[in-house]
Write a protein that binds this ligand. Sequence first.
Ligand code: MLC
Ligand code: AMP
Length: 468
Amino acid sequence: MLLASLDPSAADIGDAVRIGDVTLSRDNLVGAASAVAERIAGAHRVAVLAAPTVSTVLSVTGCLLAGVPVVPVPADVGRAERRHILADSGAQVWLGDRPDEDEGLAHIPVRLRAHSGHSHPEPPPDAVALVIYTSGTTGPPKGVQLSRRAIAADLDALALAWQWTAGDTLVHGLPLFHVHGLVLGLLGSLRIGNRFVHTGKPTPAAYARACSEAGGTLYFGVPTVWSRVVADPAAAEALRPARLLVSGSAPLPVPVFGELARLTGHSPVERYGSTESLITLSTRADGERRPGWVGLPLAGVQTRLIDDAGDPVPQDGKTIGQLQVRGPTLFDGYLNRPDATAEVFDADGWYRTGDVAVVDRGGMHRIVGRESVDLIKSGGYRVGAGEIETALLGHPDVAEAAVVGLPDEDLGQRIVAFVVGDAEPDSLIDYVAQQLSVHKRPREVRIVDSLPRNAMGKVLKTELLAQG
Ligand code: MLC
Ligand code: AMP
């Protein structure tokens, strides 16, 4: 069973899920989510506006009990992206909360106090559980289809790597519309059977409070969260009683690793993955945690590094190659996009991650960077330069636009747009926030006379990057 801890024979936990100011016992959760499952059983796909609320928890859990694929919609989604996700996914209803502009879709609210004793047969392992929209270098986001089998395999492998048990209390405040917060955080807890505490926002103060008030043992964060934690030494020191601090979704700067170790007494575990592959590499609870390195393949996962000619590169800890992964945690293709799916898989089932890495003789991996400058990671969010450029070009005062990710101490990369046109920078930032989503907005817009281009007319992004 994917959500093994919801089996009726499992023992009740009085405070199994805490989110916002709501606490659910295991029995509350099963009863209310089963009521959701009854209402949506047989649906093709449903959209869940995935704010960090009990409504999201019940919606997702209900769908997974009923075997209905969930399309998590970013809580801060804008108009064009919302329309794209709904049209592309063919979602039939909003389940739980709905946005102000519901695009004419039917709505099924969920009720915290609803209760059903009805049980649903476990759907087959190859059934799609989630369709998570994620950015590419160009074009609108693609729907990544994740099967129940892939999710279960990944969570079990992570449990082994992190010695993650029902005795843990998992704390995080990350979004519930991406793999990190939703799959690892929420579904991981419902599979393993540990207590789950969502702090609303991943602030240092909230993480510290969850340690003293809720007995947090296992903490998840993107590097931006951990760099904010070390900037608040009192909050960092409050995490000393925790068992394991885990970082992922973007590179953890080595100085932040060092400061976390010094202030909390815990060297963080770093792990690597993607929406398409789920988590594939991690350092271990009982193994070496090396600053700047993301660890060994999880159980069942294979990796290889290849050069431009497709030949393997030496595993010497310094030769850089394109990272490919294979194993039971991979996705089942992009929804409606066989062309894009074919581009990222080879004939033997290897997934091209788009990242470049080195591996040492012991199998430890270090991610060196991405193959394309057009895929940006900002605050742990994956954002395509192309989708922002397309959005900006839709603004009447923009003639040309080029977007890059510039290094940023807080966010890892900061989205910066270079624009030719007669526009107000702040109004362009708001425009992208309203069209795509708030987290995809450029943090800075620079109005320029022209963009640097090569003889073919292609924008020279390296020159923009050099303007730091
Ligand atoms: C500012 N705001 C605006 C705005 N300018 N709103 C609308 N229009 C504008 N122009 C508001 C926002 O609404 C928000 O309000 C507030 O400003 C702060 O927003 P922010 O600046 O974007 O947030 P910030 O504090 O910078 O967020 C940092 C962060 C966040 C770390 C909390 O980036 C985050 O949650 N990252 C996690 C991403 C993640 O989970 N990635 C995993 C991908 S899965 P208000 O009121 O709402 O605060 C994956 C696989 C794997 O990668 O390996 O894990
Ligand atoms: P997403 O699909 O949002 O999960 O983004 C996946 C991408 O995030 C990967 O291809 C990497 O570029 C990046 N990423 C995830 N975890 C790490 C990590 N620990 N170190 C470096 N990059 C990471």
